[in-house]
Design a protein around this ligand. Structure first.
Ligand code: AMP
Length: 140
């Protein structure tokens, strides 16, 4: 019999997971998305308000509020699978040679708006070296 991985959720997560957040609904197929990649661990789609020529969101297939939740509570297999998918997506989009930027917002100071853990993948142009200056809508 296959061993079940039981993961104890820590009480330190700031918010409970809301199963009706927009990315949960996309994962369930209730809302459309412009899909660029999918495997058993992750789904990736174009951001509806792109801040760079390439702006893709990668989300894990699991109910995690943010990186604080995902990194503490997701099974190791999902964490590895998710990050391998992020790398594969960047490769698939042809971004490896020129480079790209990954961003994951957590909580109010991070500016998080959607409370399903996700990584923004930006590419297609030179990013600012000043990390405080993230891509802006007029920055294309
Ligand atoms: P944040 O939570 O601040 O890291 O960012 C959430 C991102 O999700 C924003 O860049 C939004 O433009 C994007 N977003 C929100 N709703 C959708 C949607 N239905 N499809 C694609 N991207 C979305």
């Amino acid at each position: 019999m296959k061993a079940r991985v039981l993961v104890q959720r820590e009480e330190s997560c700031l918010l409970p997971y809301d199963r009706n957040n927009v990315f949960a609904r996309i994962l369930r197929g209730e809302l459309p998305c412009q899909k660029v990649y999918e495997d058993q661990f992750a789904l990736a789609f174009h951001d509806i308000h792109p801040l760079a020529p390439v702006h893709v969101l990668v989300i894990p297939k699991g109910e995690y509020v943010s990186n604080a939740d995902f990194s503490a509570n997701a099974p190791a297999q999902l964490i590895v699978g998710f990050w391998r998918a992020v790398g594969a997506i960047a490769r698939q989009l042809g971004l490896e040679e020129q480079g790209y930027r990954l961003v994951a917002n957590h909580g109010p100071n991070g500016g998080q708006l959607v409370f399903h853990f996700h990584v923004h993948l930006f590419g297609g142009r030179q990013m600012s070296h000043r990390m405080g200056n993230m891509p802006r809508p007029d920055d294309k």
